[in-house]
Structure formats: C-alpha cells, structure tokens
Design a protein around this ligand. Structure first.
Ligand code: SF4
Ligand code: SF4
Length: 377
C-alpha cells in the first residue's frame, strides 16, 4: 500500500467507501455484516487505514456497521474513520449539529472521529451554517476538545464555490468527485490545482464514475487499449491509475462490495502512485473520452412538454436520460436502480401518441420507449 504523508500521519492512498455496502434482500438497512467485516478485515490487513461513511448512508446503518466492526475487532484508534455532517437537513427546524454528532459518536461507538466533513457542501449551505450555527467556532471547539480530528468538506458544486469555501476556513482536507471523464466538471483539475497551491490535500470520490468506467461490454474500448499496448490493463486499473497519478490527491475512495473487487483495487493501489500514468495510457484515455462523448443517444432536451398530457403518467424524459447514460457506457446495470424506481410503468404506454404531438423535437416517443425497455429490462 502506498501512503500519503498527512501532517505526519501515514494515510493509505486507497480508502474504503462505505456508501454502497452489500445488503440482504435489497433492503438498504439490512447490511450483510459478515460480508462487510470480511471485506473490511482484508482491507485492513492489506494496509488500508481510511474508512469513509456518512450520517445518511444505508439509513444510518453504515456508521453503525463500522462501529460494530471496530469494536468487535478492537480497531478503534488503529484506523481513520471519516464521517460527515448531513448538510441536506440543515434547514429543517429541528436540526442541531451537536445532536447529530452525538448520534454519530454513539453509532461509531467512539468519542473521537478522525476525519469529519461537511457533507456535499455548497456555498449556500456553508453560508447558512455560518450564519445560523456559527459553524466555524463550533468545529474549532470540537477539534480543540479532541472530539473531531481533521476538518474537511465533500463537494459537488462549481469551481467558484469551491475556491470561496476553501478560502473561508482553515480546512485541512476536502473531497471532490473526479475521474478521467469528470476532470473538468465541479472542482475539477482547476480545483485540484487551487487546493494544491493552498496545501490542502483532496480525497477523490467516484474514481470509476460509480462503476461506469468498468465498461463490461465495450469492445471498442478493448480495441483502443490494444492499440496502445494496454490489453493486460483492466478498465478499473486504467481509471484508478489515472487518479492515483495526480498531484494533490490524498485518498482515492472506492465503494467495494465484492472480495474480487477489493483484491483488484488493493493490487492496483499497491502498483500505482504519483507520476506513474504512462503516455500510452494518457493517449488511450483521450480516445475513450472522445468515443464516449460522441456516442449515439436519444436527442431529448428534457423540456417535458410530453409529460403533462400522458394518461399513464410515464416519466418520458427520465426514461430517455437513463437510457442515454446507460448506452453511453454500454452498461444498463449502471442505471438499473434509478430506472426501476422511476420507469416501472413504461410498459403501460397505450401508444395514444399525445406525447409525440407535443414533442418539439418530433421524437417517435412510443417507438423509442420500446427501444428503452428492450435495452434496460
Ligand atoms: S403514447 Fe404512451 S407515453 Fe405517449 S402519451 Fe400516450 S401513453 Fe403516454
Ligand atoms: S417533449 Fe420531446 S424533447 Fe421534450 S422532454 Fe419530451 S421527449 Fe424530450
């Protein structure tokens, strides 16, 4: 395992993200404890010392599971736990950051959290927290008391917001979404360089874009890799090594829920570090980006003129958008959960044609919905 020197501590460059853990009977609250413990112990024994959870993950059971594993294996204080203040609820009348933190300490069965983040922070939430909860002094006090270790925030807003938030407090680290397709959105490379200039290390979320960059059925990508002599490199390896290579990144988080995936990611993390991404790999990534950006899709603009008069209340633009995303990566499984949730009634289409008449793009909607079903179901 490679390590990042963080304020004199060694932090593993691969971190275990505990957001999508294996569950029983598809119930997000029923985490498969035995399976997660095996994954956790394998990671721990192979040098992973950073574990990332959050208040809402698995309806609170991610934090509870982490607490149980740490207690059952006497690992409190031997690894770094990261959890987050859930910023989506800060405007609710009963929100109290200290109450939330106490609940988190109880779930984690500890009196100290090594890394504490504001979750998915944007500028509006940060301003609200400062104005209504004096959050800066709240965090400083808890750090002084030893309840919170290092202070940071995770982020999904614009580059401009990122720089403003970063400049507004003595953050010790932050966490951004980044992978070889998403290197220019949100904070992106500009944000990475800005944080680097301020000496604030970043953690990476979604290095494989939620699994989309695994490309299980994409022969054209295999051809691109072969052309650049990279046939023995898996798609996961290409995605992770791109991120491990970039200066300014501390921990690369991966939500591993199968042992094979854990073993592969640890092998990759053992192999790659800064400045290890080859020119050939860079050329391959450029071509893959180009291929994906030019993939065929349904040219729906999302205007929603079609939905108001649909007698079956079918979420037409949502169905097209999920199809496009799945098609782009040739991976219907990547969108299946959202599809099952939002598009279960597509089969109810009675082909009345109302939507087609309303569509300014003149899309043959009933026909396209059949195509979507065939691909997604
Ligand atoms: S054709 Fe199908 S999707 Fe379009 S309005 Fe009629 S029922 Fe809805
Ligand atoms: S009216 Fe046409 S373009 Fe607009 S959301 Fe519906 S399908 Fe898409």
């Amino acid at each position: 395992m490679k390590y990042f020197d963080f304020q004199g501590e060694k932090i593993s460059r691969l971190g275990f993200g505990l957001m999508r853990l294996p569950v029983i009977d598809g119930d997000q609250s029923k985490i498969d404890y035995d399976k997660v413990e095996k994954l956790f112990m394998y990671a721990y024994e192979h040098g992973v010392n950073y574990y990332d959870t959050a208040f809402p993950y698995h309806n609170g059971f991610s934090e509870k599971t982490l607490g149980n594993i740490l207690t059952n294996n006497h690992l409190h204080g031997k690894v770094n736990c990261a959890t987050k203040l859930f910023t989506l609820v800060i405007k609710q009348p009963d929100f109290d950051p200290r109450k939330m933190l106490d609940e988190q300490l109880s779930r984690l069965q500890t009196d100290h959290i090594e890394f504490y983040l504001m979750h998915g922070l944007n500028k509006d939430q940060w301003d609200y927290l400062c104005e209504h909860f004096d959050i800066k002094n709240y965090l400083r006090d808890l750090k002084r008391q030893g309840v919170l270790g290092h202070l940071g925030f995770s982020f999904h807003d614009t580059y401009e917001s990122f720089t403003q938030i970063l400049n507004d407090f003595e953050w010790e680290f932050a966490q951004i979404q980044y992978n070889y397709l998403d290197h220019e959105i949100q904070a992106g490379d500009r944000g990475r360089e800005f944080a680097l200039s301020k000496g604030v290390p970043l953690n990476v979320m979604e290095p494989c874009k939620g699994g989309s960059l695994i490309f299980p059925n994409y022969p054209e990508i295999d051809e691109i890799k072969a052309k650049h002599g990279l046939s023995d490199i898996s798609n996961a390896e290409l995605a992770f090594s791109y991120v491990f290579d970039k200066p300014g990144f501390m921990v690369v988080l991966s939500g591993m829920n199968e042992m094979e995936q854990m073993e592969e990611n640890i092998r990759i993390a053992d192999k790659y570090d800064y400045n290890t991404f080859s020119d050939e790999a860079n050329a391959a990534v450029e071509e893959i980006r180009d291929l994906i950006e030019h993939s065929e899709n349904i040219p729906c603009t999302g205007c929603r003129y079609c939905t108001a008069g649909c007698p079956m209340q079918i979420q037409i633009p949502m169905a097209f958008s999920l199809y496009n995303e799945a098609q782009k990566f040739r991976n219907p499984a990547s969108q299946r959960r959202s599809y099952d949730r939002a598009c279960a009634n597509i089969a109810d289409c009675i082909e009345c044609g109302q939507c087609e008449t309303a569509c300014p793009q003149h899309l043959p909607i009933p026909e396209l919905l059949k195509k979507v079903r065939e691909y997604m179901e």
